[in-house]
Each structure stands twice: as C-alpha cells, then as structure tokens.
Design a protein around this ligand. Structure first.
Ligand code: MLT
Length: 393
C-alpha cells in the first residue's frame, strides 16, 4: 500500500486541535479555573430568531409529502443564490447567478478548489496565514513560496514582480492578523495576477466586519478581478453558522486558464464529489439575507466589534503593538516582554486563564506574536482584558 506520503510534511495535528487539547489538559488539572476562550474564531451568539424560524419551518416541510425535498439543484437553490447575488449588489458588485455556488463553508471549498489545479503550480502564500491554505497544498505535495507579512509592511504584503506565481492566496480582512487591504493594494494584486496569468484565491470570510466604506469587502470591487479571482465566503462569522455550516464560492464565468473555464471545471468537480447543502440549512441561510436577518446579524457583529474595541483599548493602554480589531474580529498583538508565542500562550493560560492563539502556529513570521478574537461575550472579554492588565501593566 502506498499512502499519500506528503502528509508526513504536516505538523502532527491541526493548530486549533493542538490548542484545544492543551486547554482541556489545563482545565482537567485546574477544575476551578474559569477559562476565557479567545483562541479559535468561533462565535458565541446564537442564530438570529428569523433564521431559526426558517430553519424549523424547512425541517417540518421535509416531513410532509407536499413539502419534501430530495436532492437539490447542484449549485444550490435559486432562492439562496439570488439572495447572495442581491447581497453583493447591495454594495455594488453585480454577479451572474450561474457564478455562485452554495457550499458547506469556506474552509471546505478553499481546500477542494485545489482539485482543479495541477500539482506543478507555483503557490504564493502570505506568512503568517490561515493554516488551511498551507496544509491543503502540502497535502498535495505542492511547492509553496511564502510571502513575508511583518510589522514593516503592516502585515499586508504586496506583490514582488520578480516572483513568479500561479496560485495566490489572499484573505482580507485577514485571518490571523486582522489587517485589511485597501482598494489600491488589492488593485496591485489583481494587476499582478493578470500579468502572471495566475489565479487569486480570495477568502472574504470576514467581509461583514468591514465598517469603513472606503475598504473593499469583495475582490470583485476591483477592476479586472473577474478575470483572475475566485472568492470564498461563509456565513460562519457573518451569521453565526459555525455549527450550522453554509457558505458560498464565486467562480466568475470570465475566469479562464489553460484553455479551461474554471466555472465549468468547478461545476464538474462539485457535481461529482458534492451533493449540496441540506434544504433546511439553505432556507436558514436565505433568511440571513432578509431585511430582518441582516439587521440581526449586524446587531451581533456590533457586539463583537465592542469586544474588539475593548481589546484594542487595553493593548493601547499597555503600550503593546497590535494591528486589526477595527474592521476585523481578530487582533494581532506583539507578545509582551519579548516572550515567544507559545511561552506567552502558556503564561496567559496559567496566570490569567485566558486562551489565545500563538502567532507561531500561523507561520514563521508569526513568532513573537499572538492572536486574540473578539467572539466571546462582552462580559468575558472585559474580564479577560482586566486580567491581562493586572498581569502585564
Ligand atoms: C480561526 O480561528 O482561524 C477560524 O476558526 C478558522 C476557521 O474559520 O476555520
């Protein structure tokens, strides 16, 4: 038996599983500690009521002869794709219905899209980075060139024209740093991708956190992006769907490479390997885009924004360098007192009972940095910041 030996190139466990195990061990040894979790980017607010009602009604329909739905349309129900199209339209991006594919979340599609590309492609990935981009390419045995994101470039690297690239990963607002590209910077990336005949894989999972209208929420706000970019989005952070699972991927019909339409290849891939998202989940997702749904999601995001503000204020008062937290739920901070990322993780867990994510887990440039998320409750975030203040002031 020959196994996929490229798995040997991966860390033994996925970053967030390693952290979960460490925290569980600590909690077992200290059952009375009140641990505040600001590590994995998982939401804490429940689904909005209008979403739950739509979800329940669809489940009940499935139990009736008249309302039962079997296999759904391959790209997702038209009612949901239309809702997604209207959502994009609300901030000025016009998409064709046929270019929108409903999925069970951005993470799966970000990994699955690699089915379309030969192993022998030059992949460009910023460092630090959401580990899924790196690990899915390592699993396929693909060579990766890392692009340095650091304090000097505000964790927003720009293209280096001497570097060849076929596949380029961008995430804005960024995970893990919370930094956000402006229009001119994204235009530079789009121009570069077109010069290189490369494809940008653009992760827009945090677009709903952009409050500054001058900042782009979608790569398709940038001229020429339809000819070079695939966009992945998710309802996980927008609407609290981390446990419900629904997202969407846009593969524009204008995007062709090597004599192939990427949209056609993706359709072929999805119809072969994926049977779609369940009808009740798609109904729940469509309710997110109703007026009531959007208002409820905005209210939830405001709660998380308040947390981000609390974290940013505490770090400012402590004089700790940081980025993010303004148009993003992530705050990327320099570890205090010159600690490395894992030393700070342990110190924070043991002395403050607060969990964050060590920057080193996102790549070599993450060493010495740390990520906090704004997804806990207002009360817990305030308490966590009070504990941080007491220890590091
Ligand atoms: C994170 O903490 O980076 C997120 O949970 C990633 C994800 O959405 O998979």
């Amino acid at each position: 038996m020959k196994m996929n030996h490229y798995y040997a190139d991966l860390e033994e466990s996925y970053l967030f599983s390693t952290i979960a195990k460490k925290v569980e061990d600590y909690q077992t040894g200290h059952p009375d500690s009140k641990i505040i979790r600001m590590g994995i980017g998982d939401v804490t607010l429940p689904l909005p009521e209008v979403v739950v009602s739509a979800f329940q009604a669809a489940v009940l329909e499935q139990g009736t002869k008249a309302g039962f739905h079997g296999y759904g349309p391959e790209q997702g129900y038209a009612f949901l794709r239309e809702a997604v199209r209207n959502y994009y339209m609300s901030y000025g991006v016009e998409l064709e219905m046929e270019d929108i594919f409903i999925s069970d979340g951005a993470k799966s599609d970000v990994g699955n899209i690699l089915d379309l590309f030969d192993r022998d492609n030059q992949v460009l990935i910023p460092d630090p980075v959401y580990p899924v981009y790196r690990d899915t390419n390592l699993m396929a045995g693909r060579e990766i060139v890392y692009l340095d994101a650091n304090m000097e470039n505000g964790f927003l690297p720009l293209p280096d024209r001497r570097q060849r690239a076929d596949l380029i990963y961008l995430c804005s607002p960024n995970n893990p740093t919370g930094a956000v590209y402006n229009r001119a910077q994204l235009q530079d990336w789009v121009d570069y991708a077109r010069e290189q005949e490369a494809v940008i894989l653009f992760d827009a999972a945090y677009e709903a956190f952009v409050s500054d209208p001058a900042l782009p929420r979608s790569i398709y706000e940038i001229e020429g992006a339809r000819e070079c970019a695939v966009e992945f989005c998710s309802l996980s952070k927008t609407a609290g769907f981390t446990g419900t699972r629904c997202g969407y991927t846009v593969v524009p019909h204008e995007l062709n490479r090597g004599g192939f339409s990427l949209r056609k290849l993706w359709l072929r891939r999805q119809t072969t390997k994926f049977n779609g998202v369940s009808y009740p989940v798609q109904k729940a997702a469509a309710a997110v885009f109703s007026l009531e749904g959007l208002a409820a999601c905005r209210a939830h995001i405001d709660v998380y924004r308040k947390n981000a503000g609390t974290i940013v204020e505490t770090l400012n008062n402590l004089g700790i360098w940081h980025v993010g937290g303004v148009n993003s739920p992530y705050i990327w901070m320099k570890c205090p007192r010159g600690m490395d990322s894992w030393a700070f993780f342990d110190d924070l867990l043991e002395r403050a009972n607060v969990v964050g994510t060590p920057g080193a887990g996102f790549g070599k440039n993450g060493e010495g940095f740390f990520r906090l998320t704004a997804f806990n409750t207002n009360a817990n975030t305030e308490e966590a910041m009070q504990r941080l203040w007491e220890i590091y002031a």
